[in-house]
Design a protein around this ligand. Structure first.
Ligand SMILES: Cc1cc2nc3c(=O)[nH]c(=O)nc-3n(C[C@H](O)[C@H](O)[C@H](O)COP(=O)(O)O)c2cc1C
Length: 167
């Protein structure tokens, strides 16, 4: 297997665009198919209400309904999963996706976006993927607010480490 034949999918959820930015940056670094998880409820929330609404879902272990997403994970050698941190956990939409998608014995890697307090989100993310190989993990602090060149370099280095591990 080499860079040319390694099939990679990036499956992410993003509420405010940060994880979407990371997913697209990964796609421009490695040849990956990108899939966005969307909740059935697409109402935009802002301000304090957004944190109360989202935090409540985490504390209630909610698994929100999702829009249909057609991704055949068995068609990929590596599946990179990305989600924002909500109340110290991967956002509920990712929990929903993983609870509905049979993942077993797959090679995966995880990323999360946060605002500076990721807590144990990556550990929780990896726990949701028990039974699979986790080839890498990385986190980003609100990348949409930062320097695009720095983001590109960070993703380049991470993608290179994943490729080395997977070759
Ligand atoms: C409901 C909610 C809860 C959040 N909880 C946390 C948190 O516990 N720690 C943190 O660092 N950031 C937290 N954030 C900030 C997001 O993780 C951060 O802005 C992230 O970059 C958003 O990714 P997105 O733009 O892809 O949605 C929270 C955001 C929301 C909406």
């Amino acid at each position: 297997m080499n860079k040319g034949t390694l099939k990679t999918a990036v499956v992410y959820y993003s509420f405010d665009g940060n994880c979407a930015l990371v997913a697209e940056a990964i796609k421009s670094r490695i040849n990956a198919d990108v899939f966005a998880i969307k909740t059935a409820d697409e109402k935009k929330r802002t301000g304090l209400g957004k944190y109360i609404w989202g935090g409540r879902q985490v504390f209630q272990h909610a698994k929100p309904d999702l829009k249909p997403l057609s991704v055949n994970i068995d068609a990929y050698d590596l599946i990179i999963l990305g989600a924002p941190v909500w109340a110290g956990s991967p956002a509920p939409a990712m929990v929903s996706f993983l609870s509905r998608t049979p993942f077993d014995g797959k090679k995966t890697a995880v990323f999360c976006c946060h605002g500076g307090g990721k807590g144990k989100a990556l550990e929780k993310f990896k726990a949701l993927l028990a039974g699979n190989t986790i080839a890498g993990e990385i986190d980003f602090n609100n990348p949409a607010r930062g320097n695009t060149e720095a983001l590109r370099k960070k993703i380049d280095a991470w993608a290179a480490s994943l490729e080395v591990l997977l070759l």
